[in-house]
Design a protein around this ligand. Structure first.
Ligand SMILES: Cc1cc2nc3c(=O)[nH]c(=O)nc-3n(C[C@H](O)[C@H](O)[C@H](O)COP(=O)(O)OP(=O)(O)OC[C@H]3O[C@@H](n4cnc5c(N)ncnc54)[C@H](O)[C@@H]3O)c2cc1C
Length: 451
């Protein structure tokens, strides 16, 4: 069997690795860098910048740790080198794992040329591949509306910002979803003045209002300006900066603007029609619970599949696809349950959640038990001089089974793993309470919240 994978992000590389490990011949076609947009442009560089900003804000608060105040100085060139070094190390590591498992790597732009045929345009000319199974995992790119003259200089998309040529004196961020708030946090902690254009009345409109309120409070404390209820309709270059015009007549001015208003799937150049693969009205490739498209031996995964746009979800889809390609329906195959995917927002404080949200349970009229503990009651939070936030656990009042939870506070993205495991494995709150955890740690708040 020959499995051909188009796109080497987390979905494609995971599927290729797992299928090769299970004994299948695999060819992976990648037009740019192994590791994908997640390593090069999105997840990793953004988190590396946030970590540098976090180090700066930590030093800024050094008096709280009993130190004389320290004023760190940002060195953009060193930051650029740091990001380059992290992303290239990750890319090399993934490439080494793939080649050590005999995955054939082909550099070039790939497209379908029939139900079983892929053509890769390589530097040495087109290469035709015949696949018994094919995976489309070509990811997505930032959405750029026609009213924003993105130039990579003053008007930026996220991929222009790692780091930009100069630290924006005043950055206007358009879009207050996960990506928007992470960039607000990133640049305000690096020292830029920031204005956030929020189209609704709440940042993170899809999140629990209590969670969003903690973040808004932190933004305001840092001097971030929130322009609420304003939808950006135009971005203009002015003499030495930008003006973001909104539908209610207001304008936000700054030195730079950054768009964080979603993404578009990389599906147009795949010649999907040659194999009869259907796309939806937005260009995503719909899939079933095995990640099969309407053509059963052609799979789609990652951002292209229009499910949750997360690296973790993309690689889990890749894992499941490899199993399905190799064993098909012959072995019990656990379906992916997207409702159990944990996610995090790397702001300060961090925000993470998994499973059933309290608000959704109320909306469904479902009986739940909600327990909540603030970090202010946890010794380690006080030791760390950061007692902001809380842990909330949602469980079934009849059985005690953990249904979901959210954490706001330091290391929330790490701590949510415990609740994610409980949700996936169907553990009860009592199982968390009875785990003998290390003291003093932030995870003790989880046990307290489970009581
Ligand atoms: C700013 C930002 C921050 C993010 N942070 C996080 C985070 O912290 N955690 C998280 O879980 N997710 C995060 N995400 C989401 C995450 O990056 C995506 O969900 C993830 O990259 C999707 O993986 P993928 O495998 O679908 O594709 P990608 O990672 O997009 O990779 C697709 C690959 O396909 C290649 N390709 C495209 N077309 C072709 C073609 N025709 N032929 C050959 N190759 C092709 C591309 O070059 C690319 O390498 C973030 C996204 C953004 C925008």
């Amino acid at each position: 069997m020959h499995f051909v994978v188009l796109g080497g992000g987390p979905a494609g590389t995971q599927a290729a690795m797992d299928a090769a490990r299970l004994g299948v011949e695999v060819t992976l076609v990648e037009r740019d860098v192994i590791g994908g947009a997640t390593d090069m442009w999105d997840c990793i560089p953004s988190k590396a910048m946030i970590a540098t900003g976090g180090a700066m804000s930590f030093l800024d608060r050094s008096d709280g740790m009993g130190l004389a105040p320290v004023r760190p100085h940002l060195d953009l060139e060193r930051l650029r080198q740091r990001i380059g070094s992290i992303t290239s190390r990750l890319g090399r590591a993934t490439e080494t794992i793939l080649t050590s498992q005999d995955v054939r790597l082909l550099r070039g732009e790939g497209r379908l040329a029939g139900p079983h045929t892929v053509v890769a345009e390589t530097a040495d000319g087109p290469v035709e591949l015949e696949g018994d199974a094919i995976l489309l995992s070509t990811g997505s790119r930032p959405r750029v509306p026609d009213w924003a003259p993105v130039d990579g200089d003053r008007v930026l998309v996220t991929r222009d910002a790692y780091p930009p040529k100069e630290l924006p004196r005043h950055l206007v961020v358009i879009g207050s979803g996960v990506t928007g708030v992470e960039f607000v946090h990133m640049f305000s902690s690096l020292g830029s003045e920031v204005t956030l254009v929020v189209s609704r009345q709440q940042v993170l409109p899809s999140k629990d209002p209590e969670v969003a309120a903690v973040l808004e409070e932190n933004f305001l404390r840092r001097g971030v300006k929130l322009m609420k209820g304003a939808r950006a309709v135009a971005v203009e270059r002015t003499g030495d900066g930008v003006a973001v015009r909104c539908d209610d007549g207001r304008a936000a001015t700054g030195s730079h603007a950054l768009l964080a208003i979603g993404s578009l799937p990389n599906s147009e150049s795949l010649a999907l029609h040659t194999a009869g693969v259907v796309v939806d009205a937005h260009g995503y490739v719909p899939v079933n619970h095995h990640c099969q498209t309407n053509v059963p031996h052609i799979y789609a995964a990652g951002d292209l599949s229009g499910k949750l746009p997360l690296s973790s979800v993309a690689s889990m889809q890749g894992r499941k696809i490899a199993e399905h390609v190799v064993v098909g329906h012959t072995v019990a195959h656990r379906h992916l349950n997207y409702d159990k995917a944990a996610s995090a927002i790397f702001t300060e404080p961090e925000i993470a959640d998994v499973g059933l949200a309290e608000a959704d349970a109320f909306a469904e009229g479902r009986k739940i038990r909600v327990t909540k503990v603030p970090f202010a009651a946890t010794a380690k939070a006080l030791i760390n001089d950061d007692a902001r936030g809380f842990v909330k656990i949602v469980s079934d009042p009849a059985t005690g089974v953990v249904l979901g939870g959210s954490i706001v506070g330091q290391h929330a993205a790490e701590l949510i793993s415990v609740i994610a495991l409980a949700v996936t494995a169907g553990l009860r709150v009592q199982d968390i309470v009875e785990s003998m955890l290390v003291h003093p740690t932030l995870s003790e708040a989880l046990a307290d919240a489970a009581e």
